[in-house]
Design a binder for this molecule. Structure first.
Ligand code: SF4
Length: 339
């Protein structure tokens, strides 16, 4: 695709329903991902280690106002057991994800990261634990964390205010992302497609923000309502639009690592395959203990909460191979372009 990605072109692709145009868009996205990453799809092992959260995001089932959520925290030993299990299955990236849980102080987290780094010197350690200070992020990095995922959710100030309570701000979220980049993490931003009150122009702003931030990873998934949130009556995000946003992100950030998220698989049995065919190149199976997986409910009807990780891996491998790609269990670091 040789069309320059002007705002009007981007807006057109955000809104188009023309099957030929969409096929061309996805082909261009696949060509670019194959140019930089070949046919490989990288695998990350997700460890959801706490479902406590001090925040109250209106779209999230873990919000502190959801008093019917079942809360849990994994012990250090349980987290390390997840890593050992992952290592035996061939994983080389552990993603420690949780709500913003004050129990996990900087000191406790630093000890956990240090221990994982000591026991797994060749594995990538990714954190996804929300907003912290520059100094906290720097401590975790020094202890051995390599990557950090922090979705911005929407790059429009007003829209951010419609999705979050007053004590949260887009400005603070953006500052965290800039801090993480400055410290030297491989940084992941990301957004929800089809969140309440979102417009095509908001999505264009998301693309602008991604171009400005130049993150190494971008998580793009559809909004899915959770019954115990103020957004329970809103519909699911549009899956086809989600795929177009993945493809557009691939065109703007050719060497980004883009996951085929669990959320796209939740809305469609072939959702993850379709995301891979729109330019995604990462999958994130769950390494959390089976007993807690259903409790980590960001949205309703999340898939893969009842299967052993080994079964999930086999299932994912089949799905990946049927799209013509191959599963790569290596670290799958970001590839810097030589210019
Ligand atoms: S989206 Fe994250 S920060 Fe917001 S309530 Fe859910 S877990 Fe907490």
């Amino acid at each position: 695709m040789t069309t320059p990605m002007t705002d009007s072109v981007l807006l057109h692709f955000i809104q188009t329903t023309d099957p030929d145009e969409i096929a061309d868009l996805f082909q261009a996205a696949r060509d670019l991902r194959e140019l930089h990453y070949g046919k490989d799809v990288y695998v990350r092992g997700l460890i959801e280690f706490t479902s406590y959260c001090r925040n109250d995001c209106y779209y999230c089932g873990l919000r502190c106002s959801n008093h019917s959520a079942e809360r849990y925290r994994l012990s250090v030993e349980e987290i390390l057991n997840c890593c050992h299990h992952g290592e035996r299955l061939g994983f080389h990236t552990f993603v420690l994800q949780g709500g913003e849980d004050p129990y996990f102080t900087d000191t406790i987290l630093t000890e956990i990261i240090t221990e994982i780094r000591r026991q797994f010197p060749n594995h990538a350690i990714t954190l996804s634990i929300g907003e912290r200070s520059f100094d906290s992020y720097a401590r975790f990095f020094a202890a051995g964390a390599d990557r950090y995922l922090l979705r911005h959710e929407t790059a429009n100030e007003t829209h951010y205010g419609q999705l979050h309570p007053n004590n949260m701000s887009l400005k603070a979220r953006k500052k965290c992302l800039m801090d993480l980049k400055e410290i030297g993490y491989q940084v992941g931003a990301g957004l929800m497609v089809g969140s309440p009150f979102q417009t095509a122009e908001h999505l264009l702003e998301d693309l602008h923000f991604l171009q400005e931030l130049q993150p190494h990873m971008v998580g793009i998934g559809p909004f899915i309502p959770h019954v115990q949130t103020p957004f329970s009556t809103f519909g699911n995000g549009d899956l086809d639009l989600t795929f177009r946003m993945i493809a557009l992100t691939r065109l703007l950030l050719p060497n980004a690592l883009l996951p085929a998220t669990t959320a796209v698989g939740t809305l469609s049995p072939k959702g993850r395959e379709a995301a891979l065919l729109a330019g995604a190149n990462v999958v994130m199976p769950n390494l959390s203990p089976l007993g807690v997986r259903k409790k980590y409910a960001l949205y309703d009807n999340k898939i893969c909460t009842g299967d052993e990780t080994a079964e999930c891996l086999k299932c994912l491998q089949g799905r990946i191979e049927r799209t013509g790609y191959s599963m790569n269990m290596g670290r799958g670091d970001y590839i810097h372009l030589p210019f």
